[in-house]
Design a binder for this molecule. Structure first.
Ligand code: 7TS
Length: 403
């Protein structure tokens, strides 16, 4: 039995009330909640270790540097990167994607092709459009099918000698669909294209092995994996990170500076200009330790139970449509016929149930289904079936009030 009641004790926020009702937090795909060990790590850092890193001879600076670099090693081990210097600490997924997009400006020429999927979050669309505008490269889109999966037969025809880059999320944020990334990576490598996988939505549920996937770049945000906001990673194979020029200039990323010429530091520092989110990086390492102690296999299996239970219960509501029905993580994106998703979300909030409503920064998916948005309930390993019952009751109440 998954020890959910014991786990819930680790999350102080789960004890609070919202609008006089116990909080039911089902907006985990937007950000996860924070366990006490991570909160303690943040307090401990500012209480005992606060100093700038990589630059002081004094004890505090050395201790803070050691903690930060230990976190990098924890992250390396979690993702099974070959080397710790292949882990660049960034401010989050968006930052990581922009870093790669900006680097490829120097490597692309007019007529090169970039492939993205129709299931992307805006942060994995807009930077590539900006890159295409600057370089003359052409953006090609893998279309989606009615069940929320990608049309892989079209992907196979889009890939060609002109393809230089492929970008896809591991898991779709709006629907929860798990994409066949291993197959996509292998296919792209046949023509020498690099692949960036956006793991923002996969990493809370799945432990990715970047060497086994043979992926070139993998990005994620700590705040979706029980860590704090403002920190994330860019994993890159060292041969690609060596090829890309630095993203930002500044302190920490240089080897020597004169007014005539600057030489850059080696990896990972070349991509880490300025004072980083030191506390955030350390707390991210603690969050990964916390989740690994529970175990991603156990987390995945329990969340799958929640997904099946929630899907069955919600489907009993007449007029309710669920979008994305294939292999997926614990996300249920739905609408009720004739009712705007925002109105459902507002009533759910009054009843203490937190969901996200709208286009979820994935407007192309909403356009595909010809809807303004969805109500998205996204579950985590600290949620329960009793909470799902509260959601279902609240949705029924909202439906009654609004129809
Ligand atoms: N990529 C995917 C697949 C995402 O789901 C998100 C955030 C991002 C990138 C951006 O991550 P950030 O940490 O840089 O902001 N997704 C969501 C969401 O679904 N609801 O709120 C944020």
């Amino acid at each position: 039995m998954f020890p959910v009641e014991k786990i819930r004790e680790d999350f102080p926020i789960l004890k609070r009330e919202v609008n006089g009702k116990p909080l039911v937090y089902f907006d985990n795909a937007a950000t996860s909640q924070t366990p006490q060990v991570v909160i303690d790590a943040i307090v401990n850092y500012y209480t005992n270790y606060n100093a700038n890193i990589h630059r002081g001879v004094h004890t505090l600076s050395q201790e803070a540097t050691d903690l930060y670099e230990e976190a990098r090693i924890k992250i390396q081990q979690h993702f099974n990167a070959k080397n710790a210097y292949e882990i660049i600490l960034t401010s989050g997924t968006t930052d990581s994607i922009n870093m790669v997009a900006s680097g490829f400006e120097a490597l692309l020429t007019s007529g090169d092709e970039i492939i993205v999927s129709a299931l992307e979050h805006h942060s994995n669309i807009v930077p590539w459009q900006m890159l295409c505008e600057k370089t003359g490269a052409v953006l090609k889109v893998i279309p989606m099918l009615e069940n929320g999966t990608l049309d892989m037969s079209v992907y196979n025809t889009l890939i060609s000698e002109k393809t230089k880059l492929v970008f896809c999320n591991h898991v779709s944020n709006a629907l929860g669909i798990i994409n066949p990334i291993k197959e996509m990576i292998a296919k792209a490598h046949q023509v020498g294209a690099a692949v960036l996988i956006d793991g923002a939505q996969a990493t809370p549920h799945i432990k990715p092995d970047v060497q086994e996937l043979d992926v070139d770049f993998y990005v994620a945000s700590a705040h979706k994996i029980c860590g704090p906001t403002g920190v994330g990673i860019l994993y890159g194979k060292s041969e690609w990170l060596e090829k890309l020029p630095p993203y930002q200039g500044g302190g920490e990323m240089i080897e020597t500076v004169t007014f005539e010429k600057t030489t850059y530091a080696g990896l990972p520092h070349k991509f880490e200009a300025g004072t980083p989110n030191i506390c955030g990086g350390i707390a991210f390492g603690v969050a990964l330790d916390y989740m690994n102690a529970i175990g991603f296999d156990a987390i995945g299996a329990y969340e799958h139970e929640l997904l099946i239970y929630g899907t069955e219960k919600l489907q009993e509501i007449e007029g309710l449509t669920i979008y994305g029905t294939e292999d997926k993580t614990a996300v249920i994106s739905f609408n009720i016929e004739g009712i705007h998703p925002y109105d459902i979300g507002a009533i759910l909030d009054k009843l203490g149930v937190a969901v996200r409503t709208g286009h979820h920064c994935a407007q192309p998916i909403m356009n595909f289904y010809n809807i303004p948005g969805t109500v998205r309930a996204s579950f985590s390993f600290y949620n329960t079936k009793e909470e799902i019952d509260l959601l279902v009751n609240a949705v029924q109440k909202a439906k009654m009030m609004l129809s």
